[in-house]
Design a protein around this ligand. Structure first.
Ligand SMILES: Cc1cc2nc3c(=O)[nH]c(=O)nc-3n(C[C@H](O)[C@H](O)[C@H](O)COP(=O)(O)OP(=O)(O)OC[C@H]3O[C@@H](n4cnc5c(N)ncnc54)[C@H](O)[C@@H]3O)c2cc1C
Length: 445
């Protein structure tokens, strides 16, 4: 008998799971339920699309229901899954086009329902021109509304907020960035690096309104937002984009499988949930965070595609183990290339860890070369053991791959002693005889 596989959600985790399962299990009957009218949208391109760098929105998709059909997969678009009965192994879905409601049975269920932006409950949140930034439809709304908005307020100074601020500023808008923390990119970078990032934003005329909480929005007689009120002031605005974080989209499975308190599904090394026939991947899940060894909620496309692929590999029997994550990420703001992996010093101290750090500022290659640029590298490590737990890098020249190298070091539990003497190449075009990473290790020991 054919194995019936049901998949809920078809963005990065879903698409990775589905395309791999179709190849690995050609005999299986795979049915995908997606409430949206598109699949595989690359949200990471929203700011580039808003800023006009990516002109054609179709380039932000890499799969279609037709392509999945060619692999033998049935994709039910605009089908919202309303209920999962894990005991009966059935799901109930509504066709959002016809309103028809149907029940489907499964042998294996793959939950790739992802995440949804956190929407704080406050006065005025439903006013027109207070918008979210997650999917293709949001991107189109932002672009359309930004055409007539001169003053734009972005709430949330994480990666998404900061990227949008840059895009709006480059379009010539008056931009305000509000965050309750006193620095931008607080979760990802320490102050040495966020200071320079903030300076770059301020030099371009971005108004930073940090260390204050938004309390409400005020609208005009047409119900359109005009003012953002915060604990420290008020900001006139034509458009507000909310980017204050994400929560896992897992209500369907609540009480049926184990989750973190925030609703992130707990999976084992093989992407199995606490129910042996239900697998999960991507933003709907917690990840294993190697720097602490604990579960964490780090919604990233990188985790989603890896976990989705592992679902496919492990669906019939446990085969390939998940390696966990360091939450490695990167961002380009104006001329600056920035990347980070693992814990910041701030995060480690907040977690009560005893850590030390090394910060190196050096030119990336020898000064006899016609040009060279400064690079800032910070590495954070455990004081007692020297185990590397995090790193951040900032430079005008693109050195971000060094952070991927340090991600491997963290994953492998390496110490600063070991980092000092790792074999890296030297060539005057690219670096110095002592690679920056070796230098960090040497300085620590
Ligand atoms: C603006 C922005 C920029 C980003 N930039 C980066 C970046 O540069 N690098 C990076 O690594 N990550 C980035 N991310 C994060 C990345 O987009 C997410 O981690 C990724 O989309 C997660 O994929 P997913 O498939 O797990 O979930 P999602 O993308 O959330 O997809 C879940 C899917 O499930 C569907 N669904 C949910 N519930 C149901 C239901 N009940 N019935 C039917 N369908 C359902 C949804 O419609 C959706 O299509 C960015 C995110 C945003 C918003």
């Amino acid at each position: 008998m054919k194995t019936k596989i049901a998949v809920i959600g078809c963005t990065h985790a879903g698409t990775a799971a589905i395309t791999n399962m179709a190849r690995l299990y050609p005999e299986a009957e795979i049915t995908v339920f997606e409430r949206n009218d598109n699949i595989s949208f690359l949200s990471c391109g929203i700011a580039l699309h808003v800023g006009g760098v990516v002109k054609n929105a179709q380039e932000l998709f890499y799969a279609s229901p037709q392509q999945l059909a060619e692999l033998g997969v049935t994709t039910l678009m605009r089908h919202d899954v309303l209920n999962v009965d894990a005991a009966a192994k059935t799901i109930e879905a509504r066709n959002l086009t016809t309103g028809e409601q149907t029940t489907h049975s499964y042998d294996k269920l793959v939950v790739t329902t992802g995440s949804w932006p956190i929407i704080p409950g406050m006065d005025g949140i439903n006013l027109e021109n207070v918008v979210l930034c997650k999917n293709y439809n949001h991107a189109q709304t932002i672009i359309e509304k930004a055409k007539t908005a001169n003053r734009i307020t972005v709430i949330g100074a994480g990666y998404i907020g900061v990227e949008l601020v840059e895009a709006f500023e480059m379009l010539g808008k008056e931009v305000t960035l509000i965050d309750n923390m006193d620095r931008v990119l607080y979760k990802y970078l320490d102050k040495e690096i966020t200071d320079v990032t903030e300076q770059a934003l301020v030099e371009r005329g971005v108004q930073l309104a940090l260390g204050q909480m938004v309390t409400s929005f005020v609208g005009d007689e047409h119900g359109k937002v005009t003012t953002v009120l915060t604990t420290a002031g008020q900001y006139e605005t034509d458009l507000v984009v909310l980017c204050v974080g994400f929560r896992p989209n897992t209500e369907l499975l609540k009480g049926q499988i184990d989750m973190l308190p925030n609703g992130a599904i707990l999976v084992d090394d093989y992407m199995r949930t606490s129910n042996p026939d239900i697998f999960a991947a991507g933003d709907s899940c917690a990840v294993h965070y190697n720097p602490t060894g604990d579960h964490a909620y780090i919604p990233l496309a990188t985790n989603a595609v890896r976990m989705g692929t592992l679902v496919a590999r492990n669906l019939m029997e446990p085969t390939i183990k998940y390696l966990g994550t360091q939450g490695t990420s990167g961002i380009k703001i104006y001329d600056y290339n920035i990347a980070a992996t693992g814990m910041t010093e701030t995060a480690a101290l907040e977690a009560g860890m005893n850590v030390k750090k090394v910060t190196i500022v050096d030119n990336y290659r020898l000064e006899f070369m016609p040009t060279y640029e400064a690079v800032t590298l910070k590495v954070v490590y455990e004081a007692e053991t020297g185990r590397i737990i995090g790193a951040q890098l900032f430079s005008k020249v693109d050195m971000t791959q060094s952070i991927n190298t340090l991600s491997v070091c963290i994953q492998k539990g390496m110490t600063m002693d070991e980092l000092s003497f790792v074999d890296f190449f030297f060539q005057p075009h690219y670096n110095k005889p002592w690679n920056l990473l070796n230098q960090a290790g040497l300085q620590a020991v």
